[in-house]
Design a protein. Structure first.
Length: 229
């Protein structure tokens, strides 16, 4: 039986390929008169991978520590984060807890990540985490609603609590007493902190990815249309 860490690492490694196969399930359909959301090329990557011979000693050590801890070379947001090796390593450590040791089950953790990715229109986060979320049990129709900026229908009670908590935190920068009470009754104080941590951590990564303009994985469609402004 796969451990939580093995499950999440396996899902991460195959996430981009899986997303390519299921993207149509959550990407709004387009007509001949309209362009798909990924019709325009992605902006140039501002912080691509650093060639090994251009790395500082601190960057080389941080990259080696990352590979030793995660079992893979640095990828995604950790590529731009390597410009500040200590920040990258501390971010990795926080991510290791939130992904593999959180008291929240993987389905709810991944649901919160999708909500955060959508709030920031963070293409890389969504492209990587959508297939992981579905594998963890998030209904694709629920994910579609989040992608389209709609409130999902037929959510389970725990999903509804996570949805309300995350949306209030992102949009209002606070959580109402009623929503807090429901989350407390369902997840306890540690669960509330872990859920807040997931929102905060993936907001931080979304900021880094948006600043660096990190592209989605190769051969992966750009999944998120921009929200109307």
């Amino acid at each position: 039986m796969l451990s939580r860490r093995d499950f999440m690492q396996t899902a991460t490694l195959c996430g981009a390929a899986a997303f390519t196969n299921v993207a149509a399930a959550v990407t709004p359909q387009t007509t001949a008169q309209s362009k798909p959301p990924d019709a325009s090329p992605q902006p140039a990557d501002r912080m691509p991978e650093i060639p090994p011979d251009k790395m500082t000693d601190a960057q080389k050590k941080a990259a080696a520590d990352f590979q030793a801890g995660r079992g893979v070379p640095i990828f995604g947001p950790f590529v731009p984060l390597l410009r500040s090796p200590e920040v990258m390593l501390r971010a990795m450590a926080m991510g290791d807890y939130l992904r593999y040791k959180s008291v929240l089950p993987p389905k709810l953790n991944e649901f919160a990540i999708l909500i955060t990715a959508r709030q920031w229109t963070q293409q890389y986060e969504w492209a990587v985490h959508y297939p992981i979320a579905v594998k963890a049990g998030v209904n694709p129709e629920v994910a579609r609603a989040v992608l389209e900026g709609r409130r999902p229908q037929a959510m389970a009670e725990d999903e509804e609590i996570v949805y309300e908590f995350c949306l209030e935190l992102h949009r209002n920068q606070s959580v109402s007493d009623a929503t807090y009470a429901r989350a407390l009754a369902k997840f306890g104080e540690q669960g509330i902190i872990d859920l807040s941590g997931v929102n905060g951590y993936y907001t931080f990564l979304a900021m880094v990815l948006n600043v660096a303009r990190t592209p989605v994985p190769k051969n992966t469609p750009v999944p998120l249309p921009p929200f109307p402004r």
